[in-house]
Design a protein around this ligand. Structure first.
Ligand SMILES: C[S@@+](CC[C@H](N)C(=O)[O-])C[C@H]1O[C@@H](n2cnc3c(N)ncnc32)[C@H](O)[C@@H]1O
Length: 436
């Protein structure tokens, strides 16, 4: 217990991702095609920061033309060589941002209790799979695992981490496995790493959600969807057009700039706005849509529950694409690979896709503060305080406040739950905890 208390204490002073971002307003309204505005660089930026990834991206653009914001984001975050997530720990004091599970153990514990409560209401199916998309340092999985080990009452389960980063997958294994092995390249397996927890649970690491075996699954995604690539679209003269990224040829460094596509792109053609869409400038994530479709199919065919937790909006934000470095905003088109890129999750779109694509019953989104309070977060807080050293009390309290205060993470972060449609009537009778 003391170790946990110290863990909270050592994290408290970092910042989570804020909302401010560079202004893309220059691209809305009466812009001329291919006429772009170079975004202002922060002072201290120089060519040497850009590195190989910037050169690779510039070479590609020069060879084949401007790329979509989604392609830029995908390369910057997950390029096997220089991708932001691929080769280092990006969290905490030495990193660029802090996430809720890293701020307080209360977060993971309440998520674990929620999962067990809803699983029991569905008849405690066994065996089941605990699946996490983008587990980061593995802190949420570790805290949830502690709860599951206590409350699973004899049920069998395996863990499945969907993680693209070889570095972070190792960090996760070290966090909650007593042994693990990375499998040799070239093995035709759906997983690339295998581990065993101290309580004997088998853990598999997969690169893609598609690779997780079929079966009743409890799926968690915390700050995963915001890392999925977004396309930026603008409605001009009644037609959706895509914002692209080009090299700034006037510069001697490998800086990039936004341009509007001259012609329709595959995504601008494919994009179908929801009926009530009012925005003329928005972000659209095909990857997020693909993941929600996969989740919907999985839940419908094999049963399970998914909980998506992220910062986001309900279809009303326009420009949220931004970069984060060392706990401060960073220019997204500068030194790609050295800063996190993120965009707020459009929960209205995710919900729409889930409900349209499959027979899925969605709950929420609700604000994080409301969810944690509904899950009796204060009771757990008081328990922790009762056992904490006096010098740690204010730190524990402020960690919980940070998660729940509407002016901090309490309102920006939202929870969306997905259930198979067949249990909708059951859930009417026995309402889903946390969402009331
Ligand atoms: C912002 S971090 C969130 C970490 C963790 N869930 C937390 O809240 O502390 C995003 C995580 O998703 C992973 N990730 C990003 N894009 C991915 C992708 N396309 N497929 C699988 N994992 C991905 C990253 O490597 C990282 O583990």
């Amino acid at each position: 217990m003391l170790r946990q208390v110290f863990r909270i204490g050592s994290r408290r002073s970092y910042s989570y991702k804020s909302v401010r971002r560079p202004n893309l307003g220059a691209l809305s309204g009466n812009v001329e095609l291919e006429q772009s505005q170079k975004l202002k660089q922060p002072s201290g930026a120089n060519a040497s920061q850009n590195g190989n990834l910037a050169k690779q991206l510039a070479a590609k653009i020069q060879a084949t033309g401007p790329i979509t914001v989604a392609e830029y984001m995908r390369e910057v975050l997950t390029n096997p060589q220089g991708g932001y997530y691929m080769n280092r720990d990006v969290f905490g004091r030495e990193g660029d941002f802090i996430t809720s599970p890293e701020i307080s153990q209360i977060f993971g514990e309440l998520v674990g209790i929620w999962l067990m409560n809803e699983w029991q209401k569905l008849g405690s199916p066994s065996p089941f799979q605990l699946v996490e998309l983008g587990p980061g340092r593995g802190t949420l999985a570790r805290d949830v695992l502690k709860v599951l080990s206590k409350f699973k009452s004899g049920a069998q389960f395996t863990m499945h981490m969907v993680e693209i980063s070889p570095y972070l997958s190792q960090a996760q294994a070290q966090r909650f496995c007593y042994k693990h092995e990375v499998l040799p390249e070239g093995e035709q397996l759906s997983h690339y790493q295998l581990g065993t927890t101290a309580t004997g649970t088998q853990v598999f690491w997969h690169r893609r959600l598609e690779d997780v075996p079929a079966g009743f699954s409890l799926v968690l995604a915390h700050e995963f969807f915001d890392a999925l690539p977004v396309h930026k679209l603008q409605l001009i003269d009644g037609q959706w057009q895509e914002v692209l990224i080009d090299v700034d040829t006037k510069s001697t460094t490998a800086d990039f700039r936004y341009v509007l596509s001259k012609a329709q792109t595959p995504v601008s053609q494919l994009f179908k706005p929801v009926q009530q869409e009012q925005r003329t400038c928005l972000e659209y994530s095909l990857e997020a849509e693909r993941h929600v479709r996969l989740l919907s199919e999985r839940l419908e065919q094999h049963g399970g529950i998914a909980l998506i937790m992220d910062y986001g909006h309900f279809g009303d934000k326009t420009d949220t694409f931004r970069a984060f470095k060392q706990h401060a905003l960073h220019e997204p088109l500068l030194a790609p690979g050295t800063a996190d890129l993120t965009a707020d999750v459009d929960f209205r779109h995710l919900k729409h896709v889930a409900e349209m694509h499959g027979d899925i019953h969605c709950c929420g989104p609700v604000q994080q503060g409301a969810f944690l309070r509904n899950m009796q977060g204060e009771v757990r807080l008081e328990q922790l305080l009762a056992h904490a050293l006096p010098e740690n009390q204010s730190i524990i309290r402020s960690g919980y406040e940070m998660l729940t205060d509407p002016n901090q993470m309490g309102s920006r972060f939202k929870f969306l739950a997905m259930f198979p449609g067949v249990v909708a009537a059951h859930l009417e009778k026995y309402p889903v905890a946390g969402f009331g």
